[in-house]
Design a protein around this ligand. Structure first.
Ligand code: ZN
Ligand code: ZN
Length: 298
């Protein structure tokens, strides 16, 4: 149960932090009247929605497979990505609208020490959590955690950029910098929406694991297939946190079923050490079926 609790707890902490950061950024925007800071706050709305969806996905995909969904609930998170996509598009439209309003009409804003401090605190909270996520992700070899952390980093960088820009706008007296910055943030928001969509489309289309992981899986199969002749037709796909791996294993025709199954169990155990959650299917066949094009293990 320990492994099921941790992702849910992380998702909950992420949600709490996103809400706090959103509140701080909204306060900074309200204190200054800056469109750029407003757009930075809206960007955080996306993080709140993402965190809620991640929480639901973590809980849903933790459900065991059942008779009607024998491959499990893992793809639930790709559907929830649609919700995120809608929110991201909405946030971008709102920012563009506000930026346009500020650009075409008399628009003025002011900065003060309180607003800058509030914004800096929000950034520090975000940055601290991003740093922790990336470190934890590397420690536990979780690509999902690491990419969550990296995504947060881009938020931190854009907030710092917005802050510098807003201060520059006030110092230089070029107030138009404010809506221009806001429009840049909107483009960044659209870009992150595109990334979310691309990721879920890839998941729905059963895209293979990344080439680095695939070559590692091949090495593991080759290193643990003593007694077998070759492995071929390796196919992989990912569904949420679950990685599906299947391949053909060629063994001598005279080998007993028991022996062949032992080889399979050994390979499966080693593959499971490399991939957090894996569903592995191995098709065993006699040597006449060898292709000599896959991994020659003997
Ligand atoms: Zn075959
Ligand atoms: Zn078995």
């Amino acid at each position: 149960m320990q492994t099921l609790q941790t992702p849910a707890r992380l998702a909950l902490i992420s949600l709490a932090i996103a809400v706090v950061v959103l509140a701080l950024k909204a306060a900074a925007a309200w204190l200054t009247g800056s469109v750029a800071l407003y757009s930075d706050a809206l960007e955080s709305v996306v993080n709140v929605v993402t965190a809620i969806v991640a929480l639901v996905a973590v809980r849903l995909s933790a459900r065991p497979a059942d008779a009607s969904l024998p491959y499990g609930y893992h793809k639930a998170e790709y559907f929830s990505a649609v919700v995120i996509g809608v929110f991201i598009a909405l946030a971008a439209v709102l920012i563009f609208y506000e930026a346009w309003q500020a650009f075409t009409s008399e628009h003025s804003f002011s900065i003060n020490a309180v607003a800058i401090t509030v914004s800096l605190v929000a950034t520090a909270v975000n940055g601290g959590w991003a740093y922790w996520l990336v470190r934890k992700g590397r420690e536990e070899k979780s690509l999902a955690l690491e990419s969550d952390g990296r995504h947060l980093w881009t938020d931190v960088i854009s907030t710092v950029g917005v802050l510098v820009g807003v201060i520059l706008a006030v110092v230089s007296g070029i107030q138009m910098l404010d809506p221009i910055l806001a429009a840049l943030v909107a483009i960044n928001v659209l870009w992150s929406g595109w990334e979310v969509l691309r990721h879920s489309a890839a998941g729905l289309m059963d895209v293979a694991v990344d080439p680095k992981l695939l070559s590692r899986l091949r090495e593991i199969i080759a290193a643990n297939a003593d007694g077998a002749i070759e492995a071929h037709d390796i196919r992989t796909r990912e569904a949420g946190k679950m990685t599906f791996i299947e391949f053909h294993l060629v063994v001598p025709g005279s080998m007993s079923v028991e022996e062949a199954h032992q080889i399979c169990d050994r390979i499966e155990a080693k593959l499971r050490e490399a991939v957090d959650e894996a569903t592995i299917t191995i098709h065993v066949e006699p040597e006449e079926k060898a292709k000599h094009s896959g991994i020659v293990v003997v």
